[in-house]
Design a protein around this ligand. Sequence first.
Ligand code: SF4
Ligand code: SF4
Length: 123
Amino acid sequence: MSNHTPLETSPPEIFDCQSCGACCAYQADWPRFSLESDEQLAQIPEKFIADDLSGMRFETDAKGQCRCTALTGELGKHVGCAVYEVRPQVCRDCMPGDPECHIARKAFGFAVDDLPDPDIYVA
Ligand code: SF4
Ligand code: SF4
């Protein structure tokens, strides 16, 4: 049983983001703060925030992969988000199958053929 906080950017029955994590390790300037209030940002532990306060902190892991420091687990296998409940807006907006998801997954060589159609999220 994993103790990772789930990385669920969409209901797991649509696509299991916990088997990926690519968008959390693609580029340090992706998980930037935007519309969050000071109160919301204050809920993210300081150790996960970049020195310039622009977004989440990225660091290189033992395998040489630069990734968000809140990302737990192994990319492409099983991952989680240590700040899932208070994650930034950009992380809430990224949905499996959307253009950003495609870019991130392709960068890691992960399959994109089985991703859902992002139109399913439109109410
Ligand atoms: S805060 Fe969580 S969801 Fe956002 S990039 Fe980091 S690990 Fe991914
Ligand atoms: S890249 Fe796509 S499938 Fe992977 S965690 Fe992000 S939204 Fe989910």
